[in-house]
Design a protein around this ligand. Structure first.
Ligand code: ZN
Length: 212
């Protein structure tokens, strides 16, 4: 399979090793990636794909993290269930954007945009006194900016307070700035699908608009 087929809910089999340069517990690299870079895709085998029910159940089971706990315990990845989204903001990029390598997937064109997206939120059972304000590198945001002239439109596209959806933020820290956490993915599920999967939506403020 090609690397571009590494879709979000695929389960893949691949041999990995610890990274020499990245000491976060959750960071790995594909074995032999240096010597065999051109043929890396041959090492990745898709073995399964999660059904909608499995996606919902896995995401909800992993959720409940707060950046403050993750940071104190030096955990680099977490799943947040936001209880309240306060605002979505665009900030112009003034300096060279930070390189992010958490997902193992190259975020093509991420540095070609003039602005960055931030979400200001509180998570369920939040341990932080002030709301989180995290940079969002969700793929759908960049896809939106590629297709639309007005970057501000992404705020409407996120459609806050859509009661028919529940949202989760997959967050992670930065390799060279481990206390800084960003939103890697915004995951959203229809509450009707959640109920069918046996997961209670809990009526949080919704983000939606990334199609599907
Ligand atoms: Zn929190």
């Amino acid at each position: 399979m090609g690397m571009d087929e590494l879709a979000r809910w695929n389960v893949v089999s691949v041999e990995v090793t610890d990274s020499d340069t990245d000491h976060r517990d959750e960071s790995y690299k594909i074995a032999g990636s240096k010597t065999d870079w051109d043929h890396l895709f041959r090492k990745v085998e898709k073995v399964d794909e999660l059904s909608k029910h499995e996606q919902i159940q896995l995401t909800d089971r992993l959720s409940g993290d707060c950046r403050t706990d993750l940071n104190e315990n030096r955990i680099s990845l977490g799943m947040v269930k936001p209880a309240q989204v306060n605002s979505i903001d665009l900030k112009p990029i003034e300096e060279t954007p930070t390189q992010v390598d958490l997902s193992g997937r190259k975020l093509v064109g991420k540095n070609d945009f003039a602005q960055k997206l931030y979400i200001n939120y509180e998570c369920e059972g939040c341990k932080q006194k002030t709301p989180h304000n995290q940079h969002v590198i969700e793929w759908g945001v960049y896809e939106f900016w590629k297709k639309h002239e007005d970057p501000e439109g992404v705020i409407d596209a996120l459609r806050l307070n859509d009661d028919s959806y529940s949202n989760y933020f997959f967050i992670g820290n930065l390799h060279h700035q481990p206390t800084a956490y960003i939103i890697i993915s915004v995951l959203r599920f229809k509450e009707s699908d959640m109920s069918r999967a046996g997961v209670r939506p809990q009526g949080q403020a919704g983000l939606s608009g990334f199609g599907d």
